[in-house]
Design a protein around this ligand. Structure first.
Ligand SMILES: *Cc1c(COP(=O)(O)O)cnc(C)c1O
Length: 364
């Protein structure tokens, strides 16, 4: 019996190896490596897949976030709502512009509790960052309603939700801007770093195209202090190959998730719930267990690796001491940090390996 890893990226690569390698060679031999035809085509294909008018390729998911807020004019003195159990990059995307994150407790689906947003709105509130954590959409009905009612910008962090839906529309198509990461472990993962934003607003798309390239539209003429955040041709080419298979990859993860859900018999383990009117792309299969650390050790002793997404909520991170939060400020986010556990979940996970995971969990 070999150890079951929490993720295996080689299996997906090997499944489409011929296509990936053909594309890589084609790009390497083309003589064009940054902002060329592969990026342009990928941007068109990704926008069409998500259901938005525009997509702009960037260097990472974190860049997508901070550049999104920058393009919306959100910075020092402004407040942005974000769930208290978010990934640290979500919060850094806000604070890199000098804006202040305002944490909102998560709901039973591990995402921002939409019913707790309004009570936190002040005259400094400028935006809501809806993070679709673990492959699940936030309650986009309530959230779009609240953002419209209060005139707030809506940004979606879709780094973990490539191709899943709320009410039939895809994550990334609800807000002013949708942000994606193509880090290798994400749904549509590249083979290096990458990211993008999607939007229906031509002006925003144009602005972000300028910011990503040193603030210039016309070469050597700079209209704003921008940055260097460009998706490269090799990654864009490989992403185009991956995108062709994304729906079948997501469908496979749904089957894996269903098998976990069907197999579980341990009353101490709470399974992830899918929001009504939504589906999940199962970026992670996250269970809750009050004796999480014991369960993690028990699984490890039995040759099963797991991960905690995430062990320390952002408001308790050393990096955010300056915000002045303390333990007890967000009890639900803190409780989740103590009880969440991500089970092995990847394309190519065999039924036999999965059954071993289920058996060990049921025996715990
Ligand atoms: C991965 C991730 C990011 C950051 O993406 P990078 O490409 O690693 O910078 C942001 N938000 C969420 C929710 C993520 O999972």
């Amino acid at each position: 019996m070999s150890r079951i890893k929490v993720n295996r990226l080689d299996l997906c690569y090997n499944r489409y190896r011929g296509e990936f390698e053909e594309k890589a060679l084609q790009v390497l031999r083309s003589g064009w490596y940054v902002l060329g035809p592969e990026v342009e085509n990928f941007e068109k294909e990704w926008a069409s897949y998500i259901g938005t008018k525009y997509c702009v390729g960037l260097a990472s998911g974190l860049d997508a976030l901070w550049i999104a807020f920058r393009a919306l004019g959100i910075g020092a003195g402004d407040e942005v709502m974000v769930c208290g159990n978010a990934y640290i990059a979500c919060v850094m995307g806000i604070t890199m512009n000098g804006a202040t994150p305002v944490f909102v407790e998560p709901d039973e689906y591990d995402n921002i509790d939409a019913e707790k947003i309004e009570e936190k709105i002040t005259d400094k509130t400028k935006a809501i960052l809806a993070v679709h954590l673990y492959g699940q959409c936030c309650d986009m009905g309530r959230i779009t309603e609240i953002s419209k009612k209060h005139g707030l910008k809506l940004v979606e962090d879709c780094a973990q939700s490539h191709g899943n839906h709320w009410g039939g529309a895809k994550a990334g198509s609800f807000g002013d801007i949708g942000c994606f990461s193509y880090y290798p472990s994400k749904g549509c993962g590249a083979y290096g770093d990458g990211g993008s934003i999607v939007t229906n607003d031509e002006e925003i798309a144009k602005k972000i195209r300028i910011i990503r390239n040193y603030g210039s539209e016309k070469r050597y003429y700079n209209v704003t202090v921008g940055t260097n955040s460009r998706l490269d041709e090799l990654q864009a080419g490989l992403l185009r190959v991956k995108l062709k298979h994304l729906d079948e990859l997501n469908a496979e993860r749904v089957r894996i998730a269903q098998r976990y859900t069907k197999g579980k018999e341990n009353p101490e383990v709470k399974l992830p719930k899918v929001r009504p009117n939504a589906d999940s792309s199962w970026h992670q299969y996250v269970i809750h267990c009050e004796r999480r650390d014991e369960l993690l050790s028990y699984l490890a002793e039995n040759e099963i690796d797991t991960l905690i997404h995430y062990p320390v909520p952002p408001h308790l991170q050393e990096a955010y001491k300056y915000l002045g939060h303390k333990r007890g400020d967000f009890p639900i986010a803190e409780k989740y940090a103590d009880e969440v556990l991500s089970l092995p979940m990847y394309n190519g996970l065999t039924e036999a390996d999965q059954d071993r995971v289920i058996e060990i969990i049921n025996r715990f």
